[in-house]
Design a protein around this ligand. Sequence first.
Ligand code: GUN
Length: 295
Amino acid sequence: MPEIIDGNLIAKQIHAELKAKLEKFGGKRKPCVAFIRVGEDPASVSYVKKKARVAQEIGIDSRLHLLPESVSQGELENIIDTLNADDCVDAILIQAPLPKHLSEREAFNRVRPDKDVDGFSCANLGLLCQEDSSAFVACTPAGILEMIKRSGVETSGKRAVIIGRSIIVGKPLALLLSKRGVDATVTVCHSKSENLGQVCSQADILIAAVGRPATVTADMVKEGACVIDVGINRVPCASTKTGYKLVGDVDFEQVAPKCGKITPVPGGVGPMTVAMLMKNTVAAYERHMPESASK
Ligand code: GUN
């Protein structure tokens, strides 16, 4: 059987490292992350709650700006501008997806680059592309790389196949895995890719970020591959209290016996995304409070 990469365990180690770091700082104020959530999408409600809870455990303050589904682009941007100008706010996170009438791209680009802990602005994506270590890197890709590294998965010269080309996962992950020092050979697949199964079956590291259950089946996976499942899909389930259960994009039962390592859902990539948000928030705080960081 494969090694199950325990995202909860790795995330907890990172939380402990960040907590210890903050305790040493003794800054005049705590780090602060501001969340902007638009509407009541149940998954977004649950993610933002989780992020705020972990922030508190580590010693990071958080604020929640809850906007109605009907909010205009201008109103959203006014809130972003206010948070950009607030010296007590180190980090700003606009929970995606936004309602269809809003431009995510314009909202992401409005966030001051030194507070853009999601790394979705063109400034930070550009820095990542230039392999500048000062870039804030999107939390899910950063979390995937961290869990790959901490689990001893070799990347140099290896073939990585990413299914999905979003700004949130696929695109920044391709830049991250192909950068110098990580050195994977990266292929990005998407809905128009031909021979998807055949391309995936070449992968030493296969990352599924599609948002559709059972997209990756056993025939698409090379024997001994490392499989990273980014999907968090709610499927109806009569035997749970909530009436649904969470599954990834990978058919875990079928695929796991073929893998060297695999991430579970839940408890794989999800907690790593939160841990990297905390890491980026602490890094933003260090930039804003250099006198604390040097202690
Ligand atoms: N929605 C799904 N993943 C993310 C993420 O990493 N950041 C934000 N802001 N929204 C998301």
